[in-house]
Design a protein around this ligand. Structure first.
Ligand code: PEP
Length: 247
């Protein structure tokens, strides 16, 4: 089975509308000839609609960085999955470590959000990953398994998992291609154990953590690495396109 590489840019809480539109305008012409990679940008939710309009008919999809699991109702400040779909979103990042660690999001909430995203027709990009002290204590696989078991239930064939070691996010300390491959393979085995080989072969597993245009090629060449979730390097056309062209 060949899984299509997915390169997604997580803009986090960066840029303003004019700069965002300038970035996607440059990206859409640079990326127009790319046929072998799925591409997405994930702006702050307030900018999703204008960016989705700007990217309509191009080969660049749009994702959100979070959303709530309830459909409608008295949930002040939240945005629902159907609302995202309604304004042209195709993806939603869920359980990013910044949300788990800064905003106290639990795997149980991530699981509810994953179900809600799939039900609304979105592709969830669900993040898992260990802290440095957990890696140093030899706990990487246990931590990822706990997050995996807590964050997923039901049909997962259409979701994307992003393995993001927390010590590599925004630090410039990228995992080695072998470190990434080892965890990606372990995740694929977890999927096979909980589901079956077909599902394990279908689910895309991205790597995230200080990916840039210099280190992407080697990481993306690993057999179980099916793309990258990119933070800092997705904010500049040259570095984001460099990663896309490395695939
Ligand atoms: C991220 O935020 O998902 C991420 C991987 O960030 P960075 O690429 O900046 O490490």
């Amino acid at each position: 089975m060949t899984r299509r590489i997915l390169i997604a840019g997580n803009w986090k809480m960066n840029l303003r509308l004019a700069a965002s539109l300038e970035l996607v305008d440059a990206l859409k012409s640079e990326a127009a000839a790319v046929a072998n990679v799925d591409i997405a940008v994930c702006p702050p939710s307030v900018y999703i609609q204008p960016i989705a309009v700007a990217l309509k008919g191009t080969n660049i999809g749009v994702g959100a960085q979070n959303a709530y699991f309830e459909k409608d109702g008295a949930f002040t400040g939240e945005v629902g999955m159907e609302m995202l779909h309604d304004v042209g979103c195709q993806y939603v990042i869920l359980g990013h470590s910044e949300r788990r660690n800064i905003l106290g999001e639990s795997s149980e909430q991530v699981n509810l959000k994953t179900h809600a995203a799939l039900a609304a027709g979105l592709i969830p990009i669900v993040c898992v990953g260990e802290l440095l002290r957990e890696r140093e204590a030899g706990q990487t696989e246990n931590v990822v398994r706990r997050q995996f078991d807590g964050s997923f239930s039901g049909d997962i064939e259409n979701l994307v998992i992003a393995y993001e070691p927390i010590w590599a996010i925004g630090t410039g300390k990228v995992a080695t291609p072998d470190q990434a491959e080892e965890v990606h393979l372990a995740i694929r085995k977890m999927i096979e154990k909980n589901y079956d080989k077909g599902v394990a072969e279908a689910v895309r597993i991205q790597y995230g953590g200080s990916v840039n245009d210099k280190n992407a090629r080697e990481i993306l060449a690993k057999p179980n690495v099916d793309g990258a979730l990119v933070g800092g390097a997705s904010l500049k056309v040259e570095s984001f396109m460099g990663i896309i062209k490395s695939a």
